[in-house]
Design a protein around this ligand. Structure first.
Ligand code: SF4
Length: 374
């Protein structure tokens, strides 16, 4: 049977390692080493994606993330996408959504033009903040001026794009957040991803977050404020960390949340097919070695059991505004738990569905635990 699927590729290079980051990344090497990586990625595509396309499966979404894909030398980035495009009937223009993550320090008009020409229709821009004090605390490689310039370059060339924003940087203020939201919206940004800063306690304290009830409460306030601000400015807060103007919700991530199959390429990338989960080993040297020897990269595989499936169903369903059908929860949670969530303003029940409110999303992990224990 022919199916639709997505492809995620992980490019692990970064100019700096931001202290809060939990992704698998390595320091940016010289250009030749990045070219070698791009060729290995192309081989993995040949081994794991080409056969699916050959039997008629349709590539619905392609997402280049990381790490920092825009740190790849432009020639290698375009050559990689051209190699992918050659296997897809109709090229990348025929794929529903092709996104490339870019960081402001490596975004240039030439690179954006080249991406657009080859069929990339969406950029996800790692702004994180538009204030130099916040960017410095976050240890980012770009300053506010570079962020503004990159936002303007993307806005001038792409029909749709995302901007990432981090909430609750130690020492920040609500006024800084509001001014960033105003600037991002004024640039016409159709999609925003926003996250409360989270990291292990030792690192958080090193960055100046005392992790007290007051600092946690401040982050929660900023999250609810962002949700309300976006909703009152034409965006729909459609998922725990994402808001979009109508017609601009992310299709690739939407496919994750709906359980559509995807193939993850690159070191540390995850793949999903039915109950099977696969994670490529997060080790660049081993990844290159395996692919240059002509075989698939080492990976760990897992088959979900009933408990893990139930947990995933809840986690993925409750993170979306659309919520879940209560009847799909087995066993069905006790009515008193659902009523209590509603009374606390954490969830809404209507039309047989349970949907978390923004306040509920702030404590969604504990709500999932409550529902699993029910
Ligand atoms: S640039 Fe992004 S992926 Fe790289 S270290 Fe910073 S947060 Fe992590």
């Amino acid at each position: 049977m022919r199916t639709e699927f997505g492809v995620y590729t992980h490019v692990p290079f970064c100019r700096v390692h931001c202290p809060y980051c939990t992704f698998y990344t390595v320091p940016q090497p010289e250009a030749a080493a990045m070219g070698r990586f791009a060729r290995a990625l192309q081989r993995e595509w040949t081994l794991r994606v080409q056969p699916r396309l050959g039997r008629g499966d349709r590539l619905a979404t392609l997402y280049l993330g990381g790490g920092t894909p825009s740190d790849l030398p432009p020639h290698d980035l375009v050559a990689l996408l051209a190699a992918f495009a050659a296997d897809v009937p109709g090229g990348l223009h025929a794929v529903d959504e092709v996104t490339v993550e870019c960081n402001p320090e490596s975004t240039t008009p030439d690179m954006l033009r080249a991406l657009r020409r080859i069929g990339v229709g969406r950029i996800s821009l790692g702004l994180q903040a538009l204030d130099d004090r916040d960017l410095q605390v976050l240890g980012r490689a770009s300053d506010a001026a570079a962020n503004r310039a990159a936002l303007a370059q993307v806005a001038a060339r792409f029909p749709t794009w995302n901007a990432d924003l981090i909430l609750g940087v130690p020492g920040t203020t609500r006024a800084r957040l509001e001014s960033a939201l105003e600037e991002i919206a004024a640039a016409g940004t159709p999609h925003l991803s926003f996250y409360c800063l989270e990291m292990p306690p030792g690192q958080a304290r090193a960055l100046g977050d005392p992790l007290t009830d007051a600092s946690e409460g401040f982050k929660a306030d900023l999250y609810e404020f962002t949700s309300e601000w976006l909703e009152s400015h034409g965006y729909v807060h459609y998922e725990i960390s994402n808001a979009a103007r109508p017609g601009h919700a992310a299709r690739h991530n939407g496919a994750y949340w709906r359980g559509v199959e995807y193939v993850g390429l690159g070191p540390g990338a995850h793949s999903y097919a039915g109950d099977e989960r696969r994670a490529n080993r997060a080790d660049l040297a081993a990844y290159l070695h395996d692919l240059e020897a002509g075989h698939e990269p080492g990976a760990s595989c897992e088959t979900l059991d009933t408990g893990a499936r139930r947990r995933e169903h809840l986690l993925l369903g409750l993170r979306r505004r659309h919520g879940l059908e209560v009847a799909s929860l087995a066993p069905r949670p006790a009515a008193r738990i659902l009523e209590s969530l509603q009374k606390q303003g954490l969830a809404r029940l209507d039309g047989g569905r349970i949907r978390l409110t923004p306040r509920g999303w702030l404590v969604s992990d504990s709500i999932v635990l409550q529902l699993l224990a029910a």
